[in-house]
Design a protein around this ligand. Sequence first.
Ligand SMILES: Nc1ncnc2c1ncn2[C@@H]1O[C@H](COP(=O)(O)OP(=O)(O)OP(=O)(O)O)[C@@H](O)[C@H]1O
Ligand SMILES: [Mg+2]
Length: 602
Amino acid sequence: MSRHMMADDDERTYVYADSALLRRIVGYLLAYKGTMAAVAILVIANIVVSLWAPFVLLEAIDVIFPTGDLQQLLFAAILYMGLKIAAWLTSYGQSYLTTLMGQRAVFKVRQNLFRHLQTLSQDFYDGSSSGRIISRLTNDIDRMSELLTGGLITTFAQFFIVFAVGAVILSVDTQLAMASLAVVPILAISTHVFRQRARAAYRNTRKTISSVTANLAESISGAKVTKSFARERESLTRFAELNQADYQSNVDAAKATSVFFPAIRTIGNLGVFLILLIGGLRLIGVIEGALTIGTLLFFIQMNQSFFRPILIITGFYNTVQSAFAGSERVFTILDTEPSIQDDPDAVDMPEIEGHVQFKDVTFSYIEGTNVLKEFNLEIQPGETVALVGDTGAGKTTVVSLLNRFYDIQEGSITIDGIDIRTVSQESLRSRIGLVLQQPFLFMGTVRENIIYGRPAATDEDVLEALEAIGARRLLESLGNGLDTQVGERGTRLSEGERQLVSFARALLANPKILILDEATSSIDIYTEHTIQRGMKALLQGRTSIVIAHRLSTIVNADKILVLENGRIVESGKHTELMAKKGKYYSLYEIQIRPRAKHASMQ
Ligand SMILES: Nc1ncnc2c1ncn2[C@@H]1O[C@H](COP(=O)(O)OP(=O)(O)OP(=O)(O)O)[C@@H](O)[C@H]1O
Ligand SMILES: [Mg+2]
């Protein structure tokens, strides 16, 4: 495809050829062939009745007036009115249908975009801000929709009108027709110049509004931090800067484009000037060529009919430039390939025992800085392994890799001897339960969040799961039981409550392999106990990897692995490792024990 990447501060956008953009946008509309055909018929009908009317006028003035035939005059007047009404009806039908078709197309584009976003790999989300993505789904699609709803088809119709009018006037009087057509080359040149300036200006407005949205999204998520540091004023200043930039880019775009339309209109009057001049000289008899007053009036009216579509086309050109700038950004996402794709021969992961093995795994997020180096790890089915290590050691990375959120550069990861790259991502992840370091709840009720991984679960199942993790008391502390609204991201629950809900969610999904990225925060002693009990129930009978910060989890694990700089440096039971007085010992003395003490003091 003819496109290249536009380097940008933090936004990837491809630059496409206009023809490629147009073809693609038209492609969306071509899905509605029936409606398209109806519109085409209405457009042709509209052109016919619109062009007929001036002829009625011409005939009335030049033929009927001199004869004084009242009946014919009445007939001509009624016909004229009838044609005007028919023109209105056909144009109404045309614009209704095109809008309908366009709105359906917009719906489809947005749906496609969302679907595609879900297929994109984690690295895409790491590399872009949610606000900027939202801006593409909203602001940029809005610009694109101006083209899809109406504009595009109406404009195509205008081209036909221009050609039809051109042919009609040429057949009536070549000389006067040439006077009307004289402005076309001037228009073509000025449109070309305008195009380049306009596109650059509109591209800039797409970028600035995206920055505004990104900042807005971040400010809303971080409102608490802003308040707590009393940074509202700075935050407002930053927003004002971005808002100002957006304002300025729109003003610049207006400057680049608004000079254009009055200019076009003036050029159009040049046609009337030439018709009056040449036609008048011919009427008076200064130059050759007999002419009737009716024909002269006909041409003045036709000049308008010729020029109105040109005005619409050029006016639409403006919309096109802005819509293309938006479309490029929408298509860029659609054309971004997921960096992790299912193998063409990928099969579904079969039922598993839960034997996990990392063999000589080397991995880096950014080329050149390895997070894991020749990393080896083996977990037997049903075993609970505790992963400990300094912050940034690579613990979360290990579990992200097992979920295949990223692909490794060297080595292999297998489950029951099956390389995870040979099975579909969906089936792989459905076998693995993941409780994130920061549990994420979706807006909705506690129940909805718990049954997220198994939507068919009944209330009884939910209560059973809560019972199993020892969190029945949680329900009493919530105002509305399972119907309690958790708020966006679960902000209306306490951190401990959020964790319990995410445990229940994982338990209900009943995965063979469970990964728990323990939060570091210390919670009250009661909840701590509840969570400990909950964890025990969760881990029962599954292969589990627990990234552990709590002494209780670590001590209860079948095996402790100590991670340092992307390598396992020690492994064994708590007492063995303590006796060794190595890395684990110092980690325990400095991190784990103080935290355990702190928790029991609360
Ligand atoms: N998405 C990412 N892109 C680039 N680098 C990353 C990314 N995620 C993590 N890293 C880097 O990889 C290293 C390991 O991070 P990881 O999240 O695995 O640490 P961790 O052991 O889980 O730490 P913690 O105990 O603080 O959760 C860190 O140096 C981190 O900066
Ligand atoms: Mg982590």
